[in-house]
Unconditional design. Structure first.
Length: 245
C-alpha cells in the first residue's frame, strides 16, 4: 500500500526506476539488457541530481554521463539529445506521481477518517505534492519559463484537486457554508497558492522557520476554521479603500 509520505519522497518517485509509457516511447530508445537498463537509470538519476544542484544549464550531456559513470556514447544510445532526456524525465515523474496517488486513493480507508482527520490528511498530501512539484518545476521553468506548466503536471494537479474535492464533499454535512463546493475549492486553491507563493516569492520572516509539517498544521487549522464555521460570517458588501487614489 502506498502511504501519503511515500508518494512524494524523492526516493518514492520514479527518479531512478522509471517505467516507460506510451507517452515517452518517442523520447528514448529502451534497452533490452539488464546492464543497459541500469545505465539508463543512472543517467536519469544523474540528470535529476545535476539539475537540482546546478540547474538545467549545468546539466550538460558530458556532466550527466560523468556523474552516471557512463560514456557519452551510452547517453546517445538511449536519447537523441538532452532535450529528449528532460522531456522523458518530466513526463515520467508526473505520470508516476499520478499512478501512486491513484493507488493511495484506492487502498486507503478514507471512510474511516472523521472530517478533521480527513482535512489534515489531505492538506498534508497537498503540502507534500507541492514539495515534490517545486523540485520538478525547477526543470519545467528552466525549459519553458516560470509562467508555463506542462500538460502532464497540469493534468496531475487537476486529478488531485478533483479527488480531494470529492473526498471532502462526502462530508458536506460538516461544511458550514452556503455553497459547500465553492468553500472546498477555495480551500484547495488557498493551500496550493500559499505554498507556491512561499516557494517563489518568499513569506514574512516569522514564517521562515516553518517546515512542511508546520505548514500542513497551520493550513489545516485555516481550512477547518473556514469549512466548519469557526470563521466569522460574511459581512456582505463592503467599501474598500483604494490605496492608489
Amino acid at each position: 500500500m502506498a502511504t501519503e509520505s511515500g508518494l512524494w519522497e524523492e526516493g518514492g518517485t520514479a527518479a531512478g526506476h522509471i517505467t516507460p509509457t506510451d507517452a515517452t516511447e518517442h523520447l528514448v530508445r529502451l534497452p533490452q539488457q539488464e546492464r543497459s537498463r541500469k545505465t539508463l537509470e543512472r543517467i536519469v538519476r544523474a540528470a535529476l541530481d545535476l539539475i537540482t544542484e546546478k540547474g538545467v544549464d549545468g546539466a550538460s550531456v558530458q556532466a550527466i554521463a560523468r556523474r552516471a559513470r557512463a560514456s557519452v556514447g551510452s547517453f546517445y544510445a538511449r536519447f537523441p539529445g538532452k532535450e529528449e532526456l528532460l522531456a522523458y524525465i518530466e513526463v515520467q515523474l508526473w505520470a508516476d506521481a499520478q499512478a501512486r496517488w491513484a493507488e493511495a486513493l484506492e487502498d486507503r480507508d478514507w471512510a474511516g477518517l472523521d472530517f478533521e482527520d480527513l482535512v489534515a490528511t489531505l492538506v498534508g498530501i497537498l503540502v507534500r505534492v507541492n514539495q515534490a512539484g517545486a523540485r520538478h518545476r525547477r526543470l519545467l521553468d528552466a525549459r519553458r519559463g516560470p509562467e508555463s506548466s506542462s500538460d502532464v503536471a497540469r493534468a496531475f494537479e487537476e486529478r488531485l484537486s478533483g479527488d480531494v474535492r470529492e473526498l471532502l464533499m462526502r462530508h458536506v454535512d460538516r461544511i458550514d457554508h452556503p455553497q459547500p463546493a465553492r468553500a472546498v475549492d477555495l480551500c484547495i486553491t488557498m493551500v496550493l497558492a500559499t505554498l507556491r507563493l512561499r516557494d517563489t516569492e518568499g513569506v514574512l520572516p516569522s514564517l521562515d522557520e516553518l517546515e512542511d509539517e508546520g505548514w500542513a498544521d497551520e493550513l489545516t487549522r485555516v481550512c477547518l476554521g473556514y469549512l466548519t464555521g469557526a470563521a466569522p460570517p460574511s459581512r456582505g458588501q463592503m467599501d474598500f479603500f483604494d490605496v492608489w487614489g
